[in-house]
Ligand binder design. Sequence first.
Ligand code: ZN
Length: 374
Amino acid sequence: MTGMALDSDMPDAPKSAAGGAAIYFDGKSNQRRAVTLHFADRLEIRDGDTALAAWAYADIRRADGPSGMLRLSCLTAAALARLEIRDAALAADLVSRCATLDENTPGRRGAATIVGWSLAATVSIIAVVLFGVPLAADRLTPLVPDAFERRLGEVADSQVKVVFGGKACDNAAGQKAFSKLVTAIREAAGMDTSVQSGVLSSAVPNAFALPGGKVYLFDGLLAKAENADEIAGVLAHELGHLKHRDNMRGLIRDGGTSFLVGLLFGDITGSSALIFASRTLVTSSHSREAEQDADSFSIDVMRKLGRPTKPMGELLVRVTGKEGKGLSIISSHPLSEDRLARMTREDRPAGGPPLLTPEEWRSLKSICVSDGKI
Ligand SMILES: [Zn+2]
């Protein structure tokens, strides 16, 4: 009972399974309200006889709070609505009713590290909020801790997996060829093994990178490709986006004030900011300049491998037509025709060995065919 002193300000708070006392912020004003919680078929939040809100247990998520306090948010409530519970027994009871409390959150331990950001980062965020976002995205991006970016990537990754049926294509021979190709590119790019990649089963000819080091290729792009150099160039281009942290920059630019405020207050777990972020990541487009830099990166990597740069340009034109219209991944990219022209200009005769044998290339092309079928 040594902890009871902490609760002395609410001596009569009911602590049975029926509910108990908590603090509630409605997310619209900064008013702090003492409320009672009632465990009905939903969690009812009441102020005396007035019902303030009712949260479905399945929508309740853990938000970051100081130790000794359970702080909760709700997916269907205002983004900044919070419930704070200090009573350990009450908190435990509520936690037992919320099966998805920690779902799709990248770990609450980590988000608290936002507080550990440098003063410079904090000042930058405030400056962004006050003076506008686009100016500061470039300055702010390098201040985002890698660990945070990785967690964000993990959440986005889990959403990608949901959209694409749970997992990446992995027939054994195809996976082996893909790993060989990715490893060669990654090493030439001077990037470590934290870079992960996979092929997703989708007819859309597309590829994208997620923060924290994940690159995905759609089966549809493999289907359009005629050789390993074409795919290698695209993968190297996506690694370029990772290396330059273009996703994080785009997120800060497009996320606007609420995303930044979420960052500042460590409110990234399970919050609307995070859901926004992972949605944006998959549909985001980069600036033209970022695309040109990623192409430069790809050209460098292909040169180091002694492989031609022109095939990637040829693949782009084959997929998009000369103007590169109609594909989200390429929508803000420079015209495919211009990119092909550049990659043709930069092309050198192949001096290095082929990245894949003809057999490995065939295996990679059919990576999404399940092992059971021939
Ligand atoms: Zn790109």
